[in-house]
Design a protein around this ligand. Structure first.
Ligand SMILES: Cc1cc2nc3c(=O)[nH]c(=O)nc-3n(C[C@H](O)[C@H](O)[C@H](O)COP(=O)(O)OP(=O)(O)OC[C@H]3O[C@@H](n4cnc5c(N)ncnc54)[C@H](O)[C@@H]3O)c2cc1C
Length: 342
């Protein structure tokens, strides 16, 4: 995952937080190290996931379900109404194309036969595991990791993922080794925030690294729906300019669609780069996020590495729950129900 870019409330906090800056970036819900256990990751998933889903999918001992060997064609049988994905079982999807994105991330395009939809909902994630001889954890159990598709629910004929590779990362080494024609087992969707057009006047989004993918799902939906009047401000932090994902999409929206404002943050700003340097601060929040006084007319979405999420909003709670609102957003006067942590 991405290197942490945690927010700070004060120099005291800054000092404290820099000491927890991890050597690898990861979601609040991803395994922090080792990468071998699937449990922490499942504990962090919301919607149908969380501990209940971990049990539901893998039994009390956490054993992942057996891949039935049934493929996408079967999932698209006449009894399947919503699309190629199944919430009940892993289905093998064939890799159609790999499109390199930057120095460590690529877009993986998986085929859906007969130009069918995936069955994704807005917003949702999926879980993946190796098809057949995929990566295993130290106990010999298949490694399972969640990903957020970058294709919209309306996309037909393929489902795409933008995935960053970690040296030694169990799943990302595997996915990045796949060649067109190889398969990946995918299960979902795992519902996240159920976004509806015009439910809010303004959305504020704070994302770090690959935490951008759920934001992109929502942004894409708004961009494609001209009747949606919601204004969106995205604060997106990365280590360097080269790490910014989906930048061409955001720059295009910023330029051509007045509903969107994009603010980049980098560890160090290259000459002439328009953005802020360092951590998300109270000033960044008050300058760019919709004001808390706007009550239920606004919503803030947060997704990124655990120290960043912790510092900005407090981490997620047990069993995929939202957890108590803390950190910069609590200090700034936001209420719990104004915030959603992906
Ligand atoms: C809801 C959700 C959606 C997500 N969506 C996306 C997405 O769209 N795109 C995306 O790229 N990611 C996404 N992620 C993150 C993804 O699920 C994985 O966590 C990530 O890809 C890393 O998985 P991995 O198995 O390769 O790494 P892991 O094996 O879990 O390891 C992570 C890191 O730890 C290091 N490591 C492994 N073992 C050790 C050890 N013993 N000691 C020290 N370090 C070690 C690895 O080298 C690696 O750098 C999402 C996560 C969540 C929770």
């Amino acid at each position: 995952m991405i290197r942490a870019n945690p927010a700070v409330t004060s120099s005291l906090f800054s000092a404290a937080r820099s000491s927890v800056r991890p050597s690898v970036r990861s979601y609040a819900t991803a395994p922090s190290s080792g990468g071998s256990s699937n449990l922490p990751l499942w504990l962090g998933l919301g919607g149908i996931a969380g501990l209940g889903a971990y049990w539901g999918l893998g039994g009390l001992n956490g054993s992942p379900p057996k891949v039935s060997g049934k493929d996408v064609k079967e999932a698209l049988s006449p009894t399947s109404v919503s699309g190629a994905l199944s919430k009940e079982k892993f289905i093998d999807f064939k890799l159609k194309e790999v499109i390199p994105y930057n120095h460590d991330s690529s877009t993986f395009v998986f085929d859906i036969p007969d130009n069918a939809p995936s069955g994704l909902t807005l917003a949702s994630a999926v879980v993946t595991k190796g098809s057949g001889d995929g990566p295993k954890d130290k106990d010999g159990k298949p490694v399972i990791r969640p990903y957020t598709p970058v294709t919209s629910p309306e996309t037909k004929g393929h489902i795409d993922f933008l995935i960053k590779k970690y040296p030694g990362g169990a799943m990302t080494e595997h996915i990045h080794s796949l060649k067109p024609g190889d398969s990946l087992a995918i299960k979902g969707p795992i519902p996240k925030f159920p976004y509806k057009a015009n439910e809010f006047e303004e959305l504020g989004m704070i994302a770090g690294g690959t935490g951008i993918t759920p934001m992109w799902q929502v942004i894409q939906a708004i961009a494609n729906d001209k009747s949606d009047k919601t204004k969106v401000t995205l604060v997106y932090t990365n280590k360097s300019e080269a790490d910014i994902l989906l930048r061409e999409k955001f720059d295009d929206l910023q330029k051509n669609d007045s509903r969107f404002k994009i603010v980049y943050g980098l560890d160090q700003l290259p000459k002439g780069f328009n953005g802020f340097t360092g951590y998300v601060t109270p000033e960044i929040i008050s300058e760019h996020m919709p004001a808390p006084g706007k009550a239920d007319k606004i919503k803030l979405f947060i997704c990124g590495p655990p120290p960043q999420v912790e510092a900005i909003s407090g981490g997620k709670g047990p069993k995929g729950s939202q957890g108590e609102l803390k950190g910069l957003l609590a200090d700034a006067g936001y209420q719990q129900d104004q915030i959603y942590k992906f």
